[in-house]
Design a protein around this ligand. Structure first.
Ligand code: PEP
Length: 246
């Protein structure tokens, strides 16, 4: 269960979030819990998560290790800040910051080299879905990005299916729509890496996941977890998503 805080919260607000969130998930055993704050809050989040099972991730990285790339942050820098995960290819990055499957692939390589677990996002636009192109778009994003990794690299990647029309809109994909898309992605993984890899890869669903819909989404066997934006900003709401089984 991963929270994407997008461009929200200061270090002080991060501390307050963790104070409330920590006890609410202290007994949670069944899943990994990841919070991805803005870069400026990674240190505060790591400090506040010390001694707990909560892990911290970044929301982006640049593929070079260091250099004259003003405004960018590298994999080794994120790892040195004690984050363990990084979101790559989020649709907001693809839409507003020109990310492509090719840059996503470079970023996955950089993340793996730095020892970070990439959470790689794919997902169709509303116009794709309405034109019946969802499967084609997902297959292309997978084939041009994640599926170019070798077997060993691929085994370290988490995929997030995030239909762009469901992100931040309050429109959740129905559990059936989400599961169908997950099957398409898993099918691509099966064709490229085989049955074992298809069974083992974790595919998260993201798009307006909330405490009141998480249970029905997670009831789909295809869905292994959730990438949560808006609802991860509130400790009580994110904790009830994490603890949806109880
Ligand atoms: C996200 O940012 O990855 C996301 C899924 O956002 P939201 O849950 O707000 O739709």
């Amino acid at each position: 269960m991963a929270g994407n805080w997008k461009m929200y919260k200061t270090p002080a607000e991060t501390g307050s979030f963790f104070e409330k969130f920590r006890p609410l998930v202290a007994a949670t055993q069944y899943c990994e819990i990841v919070i991805c704050p803005p870069f400026t809050n990674i240190a505060a989040a790591v400090e506040a998560a010390r001694g707990t099972r909560i892990q911290v991730g970044a929301q982006n990285l640049y593929w070079a290790k260091e250099g004259a790339f003003t405004g960018e942050v590298s994999g080794p820098m994120i790892r040195a800040a004690a984050a363990a995960y990084v979101i790559i290819g989020h649709s907001e990055r693809r839409q507003y910051f020109g990310e492509t499957d090719a840059t996503v692939l470079k970023k996955i390589g950089a993340a793996l080299e730095a020892g970070l677990t990439p959470i790689v996002c794919v997902g169709e636009l509303l116009e794709h879905r309405e034109a019946g192109q969802t499967d084609a778009v997902l297959s292309e994003q997978c084939c041009e990005g994640i599926l170019r990794l070798d077997d060993r690299e691929f085994a370290q990647v988490v995929i997030a299916y995030e239909p762009v029309w469901a992100i931040g809109t309050g429109k959740t994909a129905t559990p059936e729509i989400a599961a169908a898309a997950h099957r398409t992605i898993r099918g691509e993984v099966r064709s490229r890496y085989g049955e074992d890899a298809a069974g083992q890869v974790r595919i998260l669903y993201g798009g307006s996941v909330k405490p009141d819909n998480v249970r029905s989404l997670m009831a789909q066997t295809e869905i292994d977890g959730a990438l949560v934006g808006g609802a991860s900003l509130d400790p009580v709401s994110f904790a009830s998503i994490v603890n949806f089984q109880s």
